[in-house]
Structure formats: structure tokens, C-alpha cells
Design a protein around this ligand. Structure first.
Ligand code: HSE
Length: 435
């Protein structure tokens, strides 16, 4: 049987999973690739560190040159996180004639055009299914399986760590700090979990998907984003009472006047598919003009789901499928797709959830309602709870308001005006609502 020699650079959580699949399931990968996928080298910083995988003698090395100088190795899973040295290593590997597979979405979101252009110049390919939504084959689906469609909308839960944290806080009352630690232990979180919880990771993934889905070049840092790091457990409680769940939702919608892109905690109606996505699962709902809505659901973080995508890309690369797609689709070309025109965020329309700490005095509700009315915002429902034992009223008291549809501009302006009312005693929480 033919043999393709492959290498792994970076043997962290994902790299270890990739090594396991290649070593423990060589018969399976050989069957699917029509050739043996032979792990010849695994490059690590510290070869003496204990590993969760038994590597055959001679595979482990601390020298990247052992891969670069070996012409027999043609496919490399480059699994170093962060921007540097990941970028330099990828360029060196491309220049030495290797085809690359990566899970590093931060690198692609930041340096995609440079790396992809260089790969094309050199006649090489970069496969990146594992970079977005772990085990869900969303890259292949958007770029190949749905290629007959003009995609219109894409919305999803793209960060497994955030979803895990919110689910655990919501269902088990766990503390934010405890769940972040647990997400790290389970291998869901990035090396720096700040990028998971502040919306950066989801925005980087959304920028990649928006490029594939709408042909738009998007600077991820321009995507308006809010994470779950400031989420108050009280909002999870009120969302539940209103029959919603809070999810970190990434949204891309194509309209006549541009592309709407955003990442933020959103109240998602219980019973809709996105509301049922729990723990480290990701989900993406895509709408195409021919196919209609399609829903993808699967583990978006963790060792083996991500390794599953990496190894599938290694097989595709070994058999030549990746190169065909890579050359035909011209991903991240420097001169190809125009920069996306982002829609003016103020014109976006949606429903809103407000939570305000207010003085429990006559006229407070009337003053807030007056501000909302002034900005053309209609109230859909209001919650204010009494203390429960009838002894004394709460003061200040949380007031929760759900609105009908309004523009983002109106909702934002109303928020700052409400915050300046003397009856409002603290910052206002405002979240988007998805029915
Ligand atoms: N840290 C990411 C997440 C997994 O939690 O979704 C890798 O993309």
C-alpha cells in the first residue's frame, strides 16, 4: 500500500489527539485514505515532558528541521497556538514544500491573506476545518456542499468554552471561576481563556465563516463583540423566567446595504434549536437561497472532536482533495474579494432585554417608559418581584423589561438616557433577544 509520511508540530491537547488517531487507528485512516498515513515526526518544545500518547521510538523531536529537511514528509499538522512562532513556522513549512493542516483560527483570522497567498505562490495548500467549530465540518459544508447557494444568513454558537460556562452556571449554579477552571482542565479553553470568554475566539471564527460564506474579507477586530465574562447570574435567572436561555451568539446576515456581523450574549427562545445547545457543543444555522435553513450541531472544542477534523484534513490533503479546493476557491486572496462593507450597527433591528436597578418609588416605571417611548421602543413585558414575605419592599429593586422590535441605535440611545435618570441606581444590562 502507498504511504504518506506526515508530521505533527505541537503536541498539546489537539496534537496528542491527532497522534492517537494516527497511531491507534492506522487501519481506519489507511482505509479512508487509500494509503498508510505514517506519523514520522512529532515536533515538541520539550521531548522529556511526559505525554498521554505512546510514540514509537524516533518520532519525537525538538527540531523543526527534522521535518523541514525531510522531503519524504509531505503533510504537516501545524498545531502550535497563538500568532508567533506559529506564523513563522507555517511559512517555513510551506517554503520547504509541505502541505499544511491547522486548527489555529487566530493565526488565520490575523494572517490569513499572507499565509494563503504564500501557499498559493508555492503551489501548496492549507486546510483548516479544525479552526472553526471543532468537530462540525462547517468549512467543507459552506465551501463545497452548499456551493450552489447564495448564503444569506449564518448564526451560531462558536465558542465551546463560553457555552460550557453558561450552561454550567445556568443548570448547576456553578460559579464562573470554577467553570473556567473546569473548561481548561477538559481541554476546551484556549491557552489564554480570555479569548474564549471575551468573544474574541467567536469573532475570529465568524470572520473566517463570513469570508467563506459571503466572499467578504473581514477584519475580526472590527466585529462588534461582547463576551460572557461580565454575565451576571441574575440575567440567566430572568432569562429562564421569560422562557429563554442566554447563549453567546455569533451572527452574520447579508443585506442589500452590507453585512451584519456581531458576537454577544443573546436571549434565545427555549425550544428553538440554538437554545438546546449545551456544554461544549457548538451549533451553526445557515440559510441558503436554494437549500433553505440547515442546522449543524456537534462538539466545538476538546481533544478528539478537534483531532477528528485535523486528521480528516490530513487525509484529504494526502489524497489531493485539499489542493483542488484550495486552488479553486482562492480563500483569503490578497487581491481577490473586496473588504466587506459592514452594515451600520445602529440600523439593525431586534428585540431587547433590559435589566435595571431602580428606586422602588412612584413614577420610576413611568419615567423609564417615557424614555423608551421617546425612542420609539415599545414594551413587550415587565418583571418586578416583591420580596416575597410581604415585610418590606426591595429598594433598589431589579426591573426587567422586554421590548418589541427596535433599532440598535434607538435601544442604545435609550439605554444611556435611562442610565442618567435619578431613579436608576446602577448600570443597565441590555441584551439582544432571538425568538
Ligand atoms: N477554545 C475553543 C472553544 C476551541 O472553546 O470553542 C477551539 O476553537
Amino acid at each position: 500500500m502507498e504511504k504518506t509520511n506526515v508530521a505533527i508540530v505541537g503536541l498539546g491537547t489537539v496534537g496528542t489527539g491527532v497522534a492517537r488517531l494516527l497511531l491507534d487507528h492506522g487501519d481506519r485512516t489507511a482505509r479512508h485514505a487509500g494509503r498508510t498515513m505514517w506519523l514520522k515526526k512529532a515536533v515538541v518544545k520539550d521531548p522529556t515532558k511526559p505525554r498521554d500518547v505512546d510514540l514509537p521510538k524516533g518520532v519525537l523531536t525538538d527540531s523543526l528541521d527534522d521535518v523541514i529537511d525531510d522531503p519524504e514528509i509531505t503533510v504537516v499538522a501545524q498545531l502550535i497556538g497563538g500568532l508567533e512562532p506559529a506564523r513563522t513556522v507555517m511559512l517555513r513549512l510551506l517554503e520547504s514544500g509541505k502541505d499544511i493542516v491547522t486548527a489555529n483560527k487566530a493565526l488565520l483570522a490575523e494572517h490569513g491573506p499572507e499565509l494563503f497567498t504564500r501557499a498559493r505562490e508555492l503551489g501548496r495548500s492549507i486546510a483548516f476545518e479544525a479552526a472553526v467549530a471543532g468537530g462540525i465540518p462547517i468549512i467543507a459544508n459552506i465551501s463545497q456542499c452548499l456551493s450552489a447557494n447564495q448564503l444569506r444568513s449564518l448564526e451560531g454558537i462558536l465558542n465551546g468554552t463560553s457555552n460550557f460556562i453558561v450552561t454550567q452556571m445556568d443548570e448547576n449554579g456553578s460559579s464562573y471561576e470554577d467553570v473556567v477552571r473546569e473548561a481548561q482542565r477538559l481541554g476546551y479553553a484556549e491557552a489564554d481563556p480570555t479569548m474564549d470568554v471575551d468573544g474574541t475566539d467567536a469573532a475570529q471564527k465568524l470572520a473566517i465563516l463570513a469570508h467563506l460564506a459571503f466572499g467578504a474579507t473581514v477584519d475580526w477586530s472590527e466585529i462588534p463583540r461582547v463576551g460572557i465574562d461580565q454575565l451576571d447570574p441574575n440575567d440567566l435567572k430572568y432569562a429562564k423566567e421569560l422562557d429563554y436561555r442566554i447563549k453567546l451568539l455569533a451572527v452574520a446576515n447579508l443585506a442589500e446595504d452590507g453585512l451584519e456581523l456581531s458576537v454577544g450574549p443573546t436571549l434565545v427562545r427555549v425550544g428553538t434549536p440554538l437554545a438546546e445547545v449545551r456544554d461544549a457543543f457548538n451549533a451553526i444555522r445557515v440559510i441558503g437561497d436554494a437549500v433553505g435553513p440547515v442546522f449543524y450541531h456537534g462538539l466545538g472544542a476538546g481533544q478528539m472532536p478537534t483531532a477528528s477534523a485535523v486528521v480528516a484534513d490530513m487525509i484529504d490533503t494526502a489524497v489531493g482533495r485539499t489542493r483542488l479546493t484550495f486552488q479553486t476557491l482562492e480563500y483569503f486572496s490578497i487581491d481577490q474579494p473586496p473588504r466587506a462593507k459592514l452594515r451600520d450597527a445602529d440600523t439593525l433591528v431586534g428585540r431587547y432585554y433590559y435589566r435595571l436597578p431602580v428606586a422602588n418609588h412612584p413614577g420610576t416605571l413611568a419615567a423609564i417608559a417615557t424614555v423608551l417611548a421617546k425612542h420609539g421602543i415599545s414594551i413587550a413585558s415587565v418583571i418586578q418581584h416583591e420580596k416575597g414575605d410581604g415585610s418590606q419592599h426591595l429598594d433598589p429593586v431589579p426591573l426587567v423589561i422586554m421590548t418589541h422590535e427596535a433599532t440598535e441605535g434607538a435601544a442604545r440611545a435609550a439605554t444611556s438616557e435611562i442610565e442618567s435618570l435619578s431613579a436608576v441606581t446602577g448600570p443597565v444590562v441590555r441584551l439582544r433577544v432571538k425568538d
